[in-house]
Design a protein around this ligand. Structure first.
Ligand code: SF4
Length: 409
């Protein structure tokens, strides 16, 4: 007789390997100076591949912000930033990072000091001022990669504008590193970047299976590699292993939650300090968040990237990303995911920190309602700052939402 799902160990085994990789990555970054390597801080949507070509270790303050949130250290750091004069309405990743720098705060005792900073505004405008603050604090150069907003197709002028910055970026790196850019190595890094993104998409797509072998909450955890080590063999190897594990789970009937009856789509960043609580709360209703718009964002570039001309294809790849497109295009992407993962409802995190992600949500909700007629829920919270989360209020809303979902099925 088959063992009931409740008694099976449904934890994802690759988690252990993932933790080892991230630990090694941070050790390498923290000991970079001893090994004559340079460290660059870069925004999460920034063009990282040229840094890898130059042997620079990229470090992501936003990934650090996620760790701050998950380890529930966000309130202390955000309050410290507010004491320093930063407004509570400012992104909590920015506040945490600015407050952590002078005291080596956060779960890993601070980030390694940067040799220079790379800021790409394809995700928001906040990063411009945030990186200026840190460039002044560490007294290091800052390269700003400016991507025009994509209301629709990218114009030729916009492509030329961004294309010229790729050349300026390469010149900046040559100056910082004191060596020439290796164009042959760039081809290899580009191929690894594309291969990693394809594998990550394949991992996420295993959740099309019913029941899903992994949830969006699992994806939030496993996302860290495509963000921090994109363009390396490590990512390709790890996601190959994770994809195989997901296929095995499907073959063995192991699902993310014991009794999946309802499938939901998550929108916006995770609420890092409440992922387990949210996962358990939905699972208690036999609801699994099978996909999300956030972790998928690191695969959207695949529509544009070309391994035969990677540097040129970075122009659209790094400009037309999810947070830099119109609400209509975002709604189209959300509807595409609703269909692809066959979900029964949409859960939107209205994130006080992240205005570019949150401001269009009511329009997207309306469009989804009109086009697909599925219920949606808006949860008001913040990804790192727990002061903006009311468990009682969110629970009441989830229960009312699940009643609607159940009545429609
Ligand atoms: S405002 Fe949003 S996109 Fe910008 S850094 Fe904060 S979380 Fe990221």
């Amino acid at each position: 007789m088959a063992e009931p799902q409740e008694k099976k160990d449904n934890r994802i085994k690759s988690v252990k390997r993932m933790k080892e990789i991230m630990t090694n990555y941070y050790i390498e970054a923290k000991t970079a100076a001893q090994n004559n390597k340079k460290v660059a801080w870069i925004t999460s949507g920034g063009p990282v591949e040229p840094l890898l070509v130059m042997d620079v270790i990229p470090v992501y303050p936003e990934n650090h912000g996620a760790m701050v949130g998950a380890s529930k250290m966000g309130v202390g750091l955000c309050e410290k930033a507010e004491e320093m004069g930063y407004c509570r309405d400012l992104c909590s990743y920015a506040r945490s990072d600015i407050a952590a720098a002078p005291i080596n705060g956060g779960p890993i005792g601070g980030l390694p000091k940067p040799d220079f900073l790379v800021c790409c505004n394809n995700i928001c405008g906040t990063v411009l001022k945030w990186y200026e603050v840190q460039a002044r604090y560490f007294n290091v150069p800052l390269f700003i990669f400016d991507t025009p907003f994509c209301h629709s197709e990218m114009t030729q002028e916009a492509k030329d504008y961004v294309g010229a910055q790729i050349l300026e970026y390469i010149a900046f790196l040559e100056e910082q590193c004191g060596k020439k850019f290796d164009y042959d190595k760039a081809i290899e890094v580009g191929k690894l970047s594309i291969a990693g993104q394809r594998l990550w998409q394949a991992v996420l797509d295993t959740a099309m299976h019913k029941p899903a072998p992994m949830s969006a909450f699992d994806a939030f955890f496993h996302l860290a590699l495509i963000v921090t080590l994109r363009g390396t063999q490590i990512v390709v190897d790890y996601y190959t292993e994770l994809l195989n594990e997901m296929k095995e789970r499907i073959a063995n009937g192991i699902s993310a939650i014991p009794n999946e009856q309802y499938r939901l789509l998550w929108d916006n960043l995770p609420v890092w300090y409440k992922t387990k609580w949210l996962s358990d709360t939905f699972a208690a209703h036999n609801a699994c968040l099978v996909a999300d718009t956030y972790t998928t964002a690191w695969c959207r570039q695949l529509d544009y990237l070309d391994e035969n001309d990677f540097l040129k294809s970075m122009v659209e790849g790094y400009t037309a990303i999810y947070l830099n497109i119109s609400v209509d295009q975002m709604a189209k992407a959300v509807i595409g995911m609703i269909d692809k993962y066959d979900v029964d409802g949409l859960v939107m995190h209205s994130n006080r920190s992240c205005k570019p992600y949150s401001l269009g949500q009511y329009d997207i909700q309306r469009i989804v309602q009109k086009e697909r007629g599925i219920p949606s829920l808006i949860i008001e919270a913040d990804m790192v700052d727990e002061r903006n989360f009311s468990e009682a209020q969110v629970l009441t809303r989830i229960e009312a939402f699940m009643e609607i979902i159940k009545s429609k099925k």
